[in-house]
Structures are given as C-alpha cells and as structure tokens.
Design a protein around this ligand. Structure first.
Ligand SMILES: NC(=O)c1ccc[n+]([C@@H]2O[C@H](COP(=O)([O-])OP(=O)(O)OC[C@H]3O[C@@H](n4cnc5c(N)ncnc54)[C@H](O)[C@@H]3O)[C@@H](O)[C@H]2O)c1
Length: 340
C-alpha cells in the first residue's frame, strides 16, 4: 500500500507515518512537508531512520504536487498552520497552507485516483456557540458535546474558516470528480512527540513547564483556569486512522467528530493538579483575565457516530496519556530544549 502523508514532519503527521509504517506490511510512505516548524527537521531525521522519505515542498504553492510521481492509494492530509492565534495576523499564509494545500492535494488525488483522509478541526464550530455551551455546562452541571450535526453558521477564526472551507472543497470534489474521502473533525490532540510549544496546545505546554519549573498563565475567561477541553491522545488517533485505511469502505465519504470524549474532559486547573502530581513540581500560576477574540472556553466531542459505526473509542485516559507525555519529555529533554 502506498501512502502520502502531508505535514509528515509535524506532530500528528510524523506519528501517523511511523505508526502506519509499523502496522501495515509492505507499506511505502512518503511525507510531504516544507519543514516550517522548529522541530520538523528533527522529525524528518526520525522518519528517515524508519525508511520514510520527506519531500520538502510548499503545498501552498499552486500545482505544488504536479512533479510528485509517487502514486498513492491514500493521501492523509496533516499539513497546516494549526495555531489559531497565528491565523489572526498571517491570513494569507494560513489560507495558502491550510486551504490551497487542500486544493493541490485534491488535484493530485484526481490525477492518481487516491483516497483522501483529511484531519479537520473542532474550530469549524462558531466561537459564540462555545460560550453558550460553557454557560449551559456551568448551569446544568452536565456536558453538551459537539456532534457532526452541530451548527456551523457563524464566525470561527481564520484558522477555523480554512478547515471548514477545506471540508467543503473535499465534498465538492467528491461530487464533481468522485474523489473518495474521510473527514476526521478532531478536537485537541496531544501525546508524546509534541514538544511543549505554546502553539501546540495546552497539554504538552503545561507538562513541559511543570517539568522545568516555569510559570504557567491562566489566560482569558477571567483568568480562572476554568476553560475546558477533551483530550485525544495520539495513539488512539493513529489506531483510528489505521482502521480507516484498512476498512476504507466502511467510512467512505463520511465526516466524523473525533476526540477524547467525556472520559477525557479536563479544565486548566485540573490539568495543573495532574502535572503537579506527576512531576512533583509546583509552579507559579499567573492570571490574565483578558480574552483573545479567538479563544473559546469550551469544547467537548461527541464520539457517538464513529463509535457506533466501528466500535472505536479512546483507550488512553488522562492519567495514562499525561504520564506518557512526561516519560517521553524526560527521555528527550535535551533535544526538546533545542526547539525553544
Ligand atoms: N494538534 C491538534 O491538537 C490538532 C487538533 C485538530 C486538528 N489538527 C490538525 O492536524 C494537522 C496536524 O497538526 P499538528 O498538530 O501535527 O501540527 P504541526 O504544526 O506539528 O504539523 C503541521 C506540519 O505541516 C507542515 N506544513 C505547514 N504548512 C505547510 C505547507 N504550506 N507546505 C508543506 N508543509 C506544511 C509543517 O511544516 C508541519 O510539519 C493539522 O491539519 C491541524 O489542523 C490538529
């Protein structure tokens, strides 16, 4: 089986490359990544050690995949500028990297008859909706998870917009060119291989800061540390994608909400407590009440659709997942420092 993973030198992409290589006999995997992150070159070396080649191509350039002769059964799209805050300022770059890249991938799929697995984002949901859900969560003391049927019709951030636009473009190529696809709309993903950088999300950042006794900041929403997410650990995500590659027909032309679900919901204050327990380090907590217009207080995934279809559900809980991150950071501590 031949697979292209775009963004193969990023966190999700590199984890998928290695996992699929290990678990699919005689697989040939090609990564396409322009090495735009501080850690991408290091991930490229790890891939190479595992006989996975990376082609340094900017997917955001028109027709960027024209010269790639590798004809893949699957293209798994993990390339993007995933930092929501960055998308506020670098609008053109984000549209190129997150949306034009999808167009190029779809054109390549059309040429080679490849199937697409797209890693979308929970940020396709409107910002306002998150405030509503958070209010209801506090009022009724129960969760109101996001499902595939959730309302998408309001402002989301430029990042969210590009992921939403890519979802829609994939559906259009399905209609016009019969490109077969799966869309995994993911919430927060974390795990070993994530270097604790601010733009990579809260979980690895929190663990890295506790490990190195660096202050953390409860940013926005009154500075109370109450904002809340469900966490999906990368091992569970890789297992799902493997299942999708192996039994594509079952998932064909469908969109799924994928996340840690109710089992893995945590707010910042609770995350601080777990990190403190695991690292045995207490760090200073700063508070800034001002909230970025792009920040959301609440996201929890309903995984009912995917679970009902194939039985997949996360197996790695918060305790196990956070210990895995800690152990990996201890092992790779010196290397990780290079990326700051
Ligand atoms: N990490 C999460 O919590 C999360 C949650 C939901 C969805 N996602 C999605 O998963 C995917 C992977 O995210 P990640 O956390 O691994 O991010 P990452 O930044 O670690 O990886 C993205 C990779 O894409 C590459 N890339 C970016 N622009 C490119 C371009 N124009 N041409 C070629 N390569 C380019 C980067 O160099 C990087 O190696 C993204 O599509 C993101 O939107 C991530």
């Amino acid at each position: 089986m031949k697979i292209i993973v775009t963004g193969g030198c990023g966190f999700v992409g590199s984890s998928l490359c290695l996992f699929l290589k290990k678990n699919i006999k005689k697989s040939q995997i090609l990564s396409i990544d322009n090495l735009s992150k501080s850690y991408s070159k290091y991930n490229q070396k790890i891939l190479l050690k595992n006989k996975i080649l990376n082609k340094n191509i900017n997917l955001g350039e028109f027709n960027s995949l024209e010269k790639i002769k590798f004809k893949a059964d699957f293209i798994i799209d993990c390339s993007a500028e995933p930092a929501v805050e960055i998308s506020k300022k670098k609008i053109i770059k984000v549209i190129e990297s997150n949306f034009l890249s999808t167009l190029n991938i779809l054109e390549k799929s059309k040429e080679d008859n490849s199937k697409i697995i797209f890693v979308s984002s929970s940020r396709v949901y409107p910002i306002k909706k998150s405030y509503e859900k958070f209010k209801n969560f506090k009022k009724y003391k129960k969760h109101f998870p996001y499902s595939e049927k959730g309302d998408l019709s309001d402002q989301k951030s430029i990042y969210g917009f590009t992921k939403y636009a890519s979802e829609k473009l994939i559906e259009e190529y399905n209609l016009s060119n019969n490109i077969k696809y799966i869309i995994n709309r993911c919430g927060l993903i974390s795990g070993p291989g994530q270097y604790g950088k601010v733009e990579q999300g809260l979980v690895s950042l929190w663990m890295w800061r506790h490990l190195n006794k660096i202050n953390v900041t409860y940013l926005g929403h009154g500075g109370k540390g109450e904002q809340l997410r469900d966490v999906l650990f990368i091992e569970d995500f890789c297992k799902l994608v493997l299942q999708q590659v192996k039994s594509f027909k079952l998932f064909e032309n469908k969109l799924f909400c994928v996340g840690g679900g109710k089992m893995n919901v945590i707010n910042l204050k609770e995350l601080t407590q777990i990190c403190k327990k695991i690292t045995r380090n207490k760090v200073k907590i700063l508070r800034k009440s001002k909230t970025s217009i792009y920040d959301i207080p609440y996201y929890v995934t309903s995984i009912s659709k995917i679970k009902k279809l194939c039985g997949w559900e996360p197996k790695v809980d918060l305790d196990k997942g956070l210990k895995q991150i800690y152990n990996w950071m201890i092992l790779n501590r010196e290397k990780i420092k290079d990326f700051f």
